[in-house]
Design a protein around this ligand. Sequence first.
Ligand code: NAP
Length: 265
Amino acid sequence: MTQIFREGLLDETVAIVTGGGTGLGFGIAVEMARYGATVVLASRKPKHLDPAVEELRSRGARVLAVQTNVRDPESVRAMVQTAIDEFGRVDVLVNNAAGNFYAPSAELSPNGWRAVVETDLYGTFFCSQAVHPSMAKHGGGRIISISMTLHYRGWPQMAHATAAKAGVDALTRTLALEWARDNITVNAIAPGPVPTTGAQRAFATGEGNVRPIDETMRRAIPLGRWGTPEDIADLAVYLAGPAGSWITGAVLVVDGGSSLAQPLP
Ligand code: NAP
């Protein structure tokens, strides 16, 4: 992998990554650890957390996994307290955990709606609120939420996720204003299509097969390739490091131009 930033850029940085055991979250944890951060992976399932911890440790990272349900404020508070007990403070929070599935709005159950909105939006708020005291006490911090671009023009069968991520964008701007006085920057990254396990079904012709970029795909992604976890993770490292110190309230799109182009077929 290409090294974009200087060695040790995130030394002395403690970063929580929700949903850090899989997909983009794991990619962000790997990149942050690579530049020296201590990472705390927070999600529900040991089957996601355990192999991620093992992989990060094998790369020499300082890492802790905490079983967490971001929908539950008590679980979130306990996770943040564990991170503080272990490492003294929290410098960076990456709100990456999310749930998603395609469902026609006319048939979407209240539970389905609630599960996605609570994970994506409530979870982002609960985690941000829980890290605020430690960040404020230690002179500042960085909150980075992983949003999306599908709500810019609407996306059929994604009412729950598009509504939740629109809320994440709004929350980003509001918290940026409220917490600037505490030197906490609050930003979001809006990825385009990155074929992670969680997203694969949306892009695939069949389970596990990512559709190759053909002419139709090129219309949907002008830069002519799917995104990679590193495309997203490098921006997260940038925002977490010194270069991000005067960026707040921004929703930064990293999508190969796809939000400007034709919808995916
Ligand atoms: P993913 O691999 O399915 O990641 C989702 C993660 O969230 C999992 O690690 C899951 O872990 C965790 N999670 C789900 N519910 C949780 C809960 N209640 N509490 C704690 N953790 C929970 O999907 P991904 O594609 O990497 O997506 C990561 C982020 O990128 C999401 O915010 C997604 O909306 C955003 N995004 C992705 C794409 C893309 O194309 N991949 C595009 C735009 C935006 P557990 O099951 O262990 O809890």
